[in-house]
Design a protein around this ligand. Structure first.
Ligand code: UDP
Length: 236
C-alpha cells in the first residue's frame, strides 16, 4: 500500500535515543528507529530527519548551572551532530543512502546545509539528516524541525517522542491525564501544552504544516502513524 505522504520530516528527540539510560545513546534504539525510517523510505516516501541533542547536552540546563547560555547552546548543537552521525551509521547499515547536512559548517563530517541541495538529495531517494539545529543559539531542534520541514515543503512534521501523543497533563505523573486526538495550533499555544516551543508551533501554523505527535518506541510506529494508524495527536 502506498503511503499517503510524498515528503515528510521526522523529528526524534535526543531523549528518545537514550533507551532505558538517563544519558547518551543506546545503539539498539537507534537501530530500531533507523529500521522504521528505512522501511518508510523503501516504500517510496521522501524522508528527512531532525534529531535533538538533549540526551547529551542542553544549553538551558547548562546555563542553570552557571554556564554561558550561548556557549551551552553551541555545545547542544554539537550534540545533535553526534546523534546525526549515529543515525546515519544505522541507516547506512540498512543500505539506505543518507546525507548529513549541518547548519554549522564542519566539512570533514557533514555537508553544509543548502536548501536546494537537500531537496535534490531527497528527490534522489536519499534520507537527509539535518544536524546542528538551526545553527543559532536560543532555538530548539523542534524549531529547527518546523523550519526545515517548511523549507523542504514537507506534507507533515512527525514528532516521535516517549509518549503516544499530547496529553492534558504529563501522563507519567498524572493518571487522569487525557490524550487529545486532534488539536489546533492555537489550542497548543493558548493552553501552553507541552508539545513544542511556541516558535516551532507558530512557524508550523504560518506554513500550514501539520504536526503529528506519536510514540517512536512502538515497533513500526513511524510507518503505522504515516498510514493513520494511532494512537497519535494531530495538530493543524
Ligand atoms: N540548540 C540550539 N539551537 C538550535 C537547536 C538546538 O541552540 O537551533 C541547542 C540547545 O542548547 C538545545 C540543544 O541544542 O538545548 C539540544 O537540542 P534540543 O534541546 O532541542 O534537543 P531535544 O530536546 O530534541 O533532545
Amino acid at each position: 500500500m502506498t503511503l499517503p505522504y510524498r515528503r515528510v520530516l521526522l523529528k526524534v528527540s535526543g531523549e528518545a535515543l537514550m533507551g532505558d539510560g538517563s544519558f547518551g545513546i543506546d545503539p539498539t534504539v537507534v537501530k530500531t528507529i533507523a529500521a522504521d525510517v528505512a522501511e518508510v523510505a523503501q516504500q517510496g516516501a521522501q524522508v528527512c530527519l531532525v534529531i535533538g541533542g538533549g540526551n547529551i547536552f542542553r544549553g538551558v540546563a547548562a546555563a542553570a548551572k552557571g554556564m554561558d547560555r550561548t556557549q551551552g547552546d553551541y555545545a547542544g548543537m554539537l550534540a545533535t551532530v553526534i546523534n546525526a552521525l549515529m543515525m546515519q551509521n544505522a541507516l547506512e547499515a540498512l543500505n539506505v543512502d543518507t546525507r548529513v547536512m549541518s547548519a554549522i559548517q564542519m566539512s570533514a563530517i557533514a555537508e553544509p546545509y543548502i536548501r536546494r541541495r537537500a531537496v535534490r538529495h531527497m528527490d534522489k531517494g536519499r534520507v537527509v539528516i539535518f544536524a546542528a539545529g538551526t545553527g543559532n543559539p536560543f532555538f530548539t531542534t523542534d524549531t529547527a524541525a518546523a523550519l526545515r520541514a517548511s523549507e523542504m515543503e514537507c506534507d507533515a512534521l512527525f514528532k516521535g517522542t516517549q509518549v503516544d501523543g499530547v496529553y492534558s497533563s504529563d501522563p507519567r505523573k498524572d493518571a487522569a491525564a487525557q490524550r487529545y486526538d486532534t488539536l489546533t495550533y492555537m489550542d497548543v499555544l493558548s493552553r501552553d501544552l507541552n508539545v513544542m516551543d511556541a516558535a516551532a508551533i507558530s512557524l508550523a501554523r504560518e506554513n500550514r504544516l501539520p504536526i503529528i505527535v506519536f510514540n517512536i518506541h512502538a515497533p513500526g510506529a513511524f510507518q503505522d502513524v504515516m498510514r493513520g494508524k494511532g494512537p497519535f495527536t494531530r495538530i493543524d
